[in-house]
Design a protein around this ligand. Sequence first.
Ligand code: HEM
Length: 260
Amino acid sequence: MASSSFVTLLLISSFLSFSHIRVSEAATAPIVKGLSWTFYDSSCPKLESIIRKELKKVFDKDIAQAAGLLRLHFHDCFVQGCDASVLLDGSASGPSEKDAPPNLTLRAQAFKIIEDLRSQIEKKCGRVVSCADITAIAARDAVFLSGGPDYELPLGRRDGLNFATRNVTLDNLPAPQSNTTAILNSLATKNLMNRQGLFFSDQSLFFEKFVVAMLKMGQLNVLTGSQGEIRANCSVRNADKKKSFLTTVVEEVVEELIEM
Ligand code: HEM
């Protein structure tokens, strides 16, 4: 707990000790196939300004919500990639990622903020923007609006159709009681930082490294193109939304019987 709190504290205190810095263009990471810097330019040109404006209002009331949104994106990306799977509610097939121990301390309000943004964006642009992209933009704005660096985000993530099991979730998110070695190994495994670790003598260098890590994290195992879907409700797969709960249960029982 002490070491994880240290990582968190380091991140947050670093955000707070700077005011509105835009890191140099050098701070960028390779962009994965299927994402683009101009993805919503024609389908939802105001997307990023809608989110920033709304979050500014939210954070003016309670800046702690920024921490909740950043952590939500991290917990999404580390388990099965940045596919908004962490937002899904459990179903008849089992408990969701949300229900797994590392996610029980995510802020309920963070989930609500993402869904509120989604519905506001749908009103302006139609159902074109994924919950995964909204979560990534919200995390970036959480960093910036709490005094951290601003950076461009590649967009075009699609929403996953499934959530990970409890065990997969536990395997990918380090436990609060993990020691520093385990935490650094976890970050290194995802290729976000090297094992030399956390010491930065120069604060702007820290921001550059941080932005590169955020860009890499935000592109972990993304779904793009025709993969996944654009959810009509961030906590429910579209297929489940159209069906009643009973239909879903019956279908899953039938599927299990067929597999037997
Ligand atoms: C990799 C090892 C990590 C571990 C073990 C870890 C663990 C934790 C724990 C135990 C908490 C406190 C939860 C609570 O009781 O409320 C926390 C909070 C937080 N973590 Fe991490 N964390 C890690 C990495 C990260 C990373 C990479 C980020 C950001 C990209 C992050 C962002 C945050 C934030 C912003 C909070 C405060 C959330 C809030 O107040 O709602 N953490 N973390």
